[in-house]
Design a binder for this molecule. Structure first.
Ligand code: ASP
Length: 463
């Protein structure tokens, strides 16, 4: 018999149906055994009546989280047993037969509640069970809806989603790279990208004009509660675009996404207010201000743009480093300063962040599209001619090959989802998250590898 989704059972009153799913709860009252069954679409209550010996026998054995196929008849509940506001609260399945598709060990924790009271390491170790809870199902499904909306939005605007390599060469985004040893080229390493920055610019050089990608990024940062060694960006780049073009299309993306998928939420101000970096620091003492007028309202979304970031800042050793992205372009009036390497502390870049409720959820810039501009950035950072050539020769060559003016932005997708779902950290919106210390307790990763693997790579571990 064809399987019916639980959400559709209301259309089958007085009919015989088969459902398949999990035993959510079982209440054995001796003569009557009640079940809540759960599938991807919802829950329904079932009951085994005393006269059905066979079903009674199996029904008294099955436990929560067992996977079953159940055949029965959908009955209207008597008036007094109706539970309003509950899915299938007015029907009940009279069980004829239960087939056990798979048994389950006793669950390490309860999945009925929101799970926040359970030790997180244990939740992550049994993530496949933790994800069964309604809250996590909702987070992950919402994430899918947002990513689909984003894909459709950019696609309609003429953007092409293009995958860029995960095994690549270091991209300087101000963090440490994860590296992957090469077996075929002993002693050499790939780096996992901190972002698709260089590739997306190369795609502008390649004439795609409008690119986007929902891309994984990898950064080996010291552990901080809300960081993950791998995270997801909604990444985009466009040619012949000013800062205004980049801001306006992405502001529209955010507004449209929220109106379509989170209609209950209120955007505090449209268009989003904009502050210069100087202004925001003076006014709020932070470059990611929380400008919500009412911080108790969980449905209030206060976006703002912070623009005109200083291009350079002094690093720990006193030398100049970029404040956001070495590939940015100074604002028009500062380009001569960059080329002459003077007034470095005053150079302002066409660079911006988008902030939501006090979190930086994205950032981008207009890029240097002429090789001499990019080269000066590295010279100001005291990179030797040789290092510039070795690390960025391909970028300089591409800029010299006929690259249009271009710029773009990337959103931190996990963080955006965390705020939209009202979650306290990004692990709650990532299916298989790592702990705050960067470990995966389910796979037990990172882990040691076979000596043989190390030998092949020419690697010896110093203890
Ligand atoms: N690649 C940049 C980042 O990861 C974003 C951008 O400028 O497009 O922060």
């Amino acid at each position: 018999m064809k399987r019916i989704y639980i959400k559709d059972l209301k259309d089958y009153v007085d009919k015989e149906v088969t459902v398949a799913g999990w035993v959510d709860v079982r209440r054995d009252q001796g003569k009557l055994i009640f079940f809540d069954f759960r599938d991807v679409s919802g829950k329904v209550q079932g009951v085994v009546l005393p006269n059905n010996n066979e079903a009674h026998e199996i029904g008294s054995k099955v436990r929560s989280e067992w996977v079953v196929e159940v055949r029965g008849k959908i009955n209207k509940r008597p008036e007094r047993a109706i539970q309003v506001d509950k899915q299938n609260g007015d029907i009940e399945m009279e069980i004829f037969n239960i087939a056990v598709l798979n048994e389950a060990e006793v669950s390490p924790f309860d999945i009925a509640g929101d799970g926040k009271e359970i030790n997180e390491e244990i939740r992550l170790r049994h993530r496949y069970i933790d994800l069964r809870r309604e809250r996590m199902q909702e987070n992950i499904r919402r994430r899918h809806l947002v990513s689909k909306f984003v894909r459709d939005f950019y696609s309609k605007e003429g953007f092409v989603e293009i995958e860029t390599p995960y095994m690549t060469k270091s991209t300087p985004e101000g963090s440490r790279d994860f590296i992957v040893p090469s077996r075929l080229d002993l002693g050499k390493f790939y780096a996992l990208p901190q972002s698709p920055q260089q590739y997306k610019q190369l795609l502008m050089s390649a004439g795609f004009e409008r690119y986007f990608q929902i891309a994984r990024c990898f950064r080996d940062e010291d552990t901080r509660g809300d960081r993950q060694p791998e995270f997801t960006q909604i990444d985009m780049e466009m040619s012949f675009a000013t800062q205004e073009d980049i801001i306006s299309i992405n502001e529209r993306l955010l507004i449209d996404t929220i109106k379509a998928l989170y209609p209950e939420k209120e955007i505090q101000e449209i268009p989003f207010p904009r502050f210069s970096h100087t202004e925001v620091m003076e006014k709020y003492g932070s470059d990611k201000p929380d400008i919500r007028k009412d911080k108790n309202n969980p449905n209030l979304l206060a976006f703002c743009w912070v623009v005109d970031f200083p291009f350079f800042e002094k690093g720990n050793d006193g030398s100049w480093t970029f404040s956001h992205n070495p590939f940015s372009l100074p604002k028009q009036e500062y380009i001569s300063d960059l080329l002459e390497k003077k007034n470095i502390e005053k150079i302002v870049a066409d660079q911006f962040d988008v902030v939501l409720n006090g979190y930086e959820i994205g950032g981008g810039s207009v890029r240097a599209h002429k090789p001499e501009c990019l080269k000066k950035v590295f010279e100001i950072m005291s990179y030797s001619e040789e290092r510039i050539e070795k690390n960025f020769g391909h970028m300089l060559k591409s800029l010299a090959s006929g690259t249009p003016p271009h710029g773009g932005l990337a959103f931190g997708f996990d963080r955006l989802m965390m705020i939209l779902q009202g979650e306290p950290n990004i692990r709650e919106v990532i299916a298989f998250a790592k702990t705050g210390e960067g470990r995966d307790p389910m796979m037990d990763s990172p882990s040691e590898v076979q000596d043989e693997q190390l030998n092949e790579l020419g690697i010896k571990i110093r203890k």
